[in-house]
Ligand binder design. Structure first.
Ligand SMILES: *[C@@H]1O[C@H](CO)[C@@H](O)[C@H](O)[C@H]1NC(C)=O
Length: 179
């Protein structure tokens, strides 16, 4: 017959292990929450930062690098999607505008690489300037559709996604600058 002690151990040990792991993975969440609640879209921000295992960190400096490097990957995917979409567009006005946006998005990829480098070397005011120029490219892309002949941008979901990514890195860099 099992001793009372081993009975208790059988009950307690799994609980303890669960508690410890639960505690470790949740210990890193407050920083993510603090960042993401300041962004455009909290859930999008959480999914972006958690898509890299390194995103589960309580070091803001590292989160800044994760944010820019995950953004680079997503922007590259978005760029491909815009390219695929353009294939089916026949309206000449939209074609020109979307092609211009592709150029802007190419530029944003280069700019995000610079932002990632600046994040890595902790040049935060430099990074803030770099991110501002990326944000301007999205504004320039969207602006074309607002001038006559006014069209609803058919790629607004894509440009919005990029703007949200830039917003996340911006929030982080602002926190780093004010800490
Ligand atoms: C991020 O987006 C939110 C919501 O649009 C906005 O309030 C905030 O100022 C933006 N933050 C930065 C640093 O751009």
């Amino acid at each position: 017959m099992a001793s009372p002690i081993s009975c208790i151990s059988i009950l307690i040990i799994p609980l303890l292990v669960t508690f410890l792991f639960y505690d470790v993975s949740n210990a890193d969440r407050p920083l993510l929450e603090k960042v993401c609640k300041q962004t455009w879209d909290h859930d999008f921000c959480m999914s972006v930062l958690l898509s890299d295992p390194e995103g589960l960190t309580n070091v803001l400096y590292r989160l800044g690098i994760v944010s820019t490097s995950v953004s680079l990957k997503i922007i590259s995917t978005v760029n491909g999607e815009v390219g695929n979409f353009l294939v089916g567009v026949t309206d000449p006005v939209d074609r020109t505008r979307i092609s211009n946006c592709q150029t802007y998005i190419d530029d944003i990829s280069d700019i995000m690489q610079l932002a990632k480098n600046a994040a890595g070397s902790q040049s935060y005011s430099e990074e803030a300037k770099i991110l501002a120029s990326a944000k301007q490219k999205i504004i320039d892309c969207d602006k074309q559709f607002a001038s006559p002949p006014t069209h609803v941008s058919p790629i607004v979901d894509h440009t919005h996604k990029i703007a949200m990514l830039i917003n996340i890195s911006n929030v982080i860099v602002n926190m780093l600058l004010s800490s």
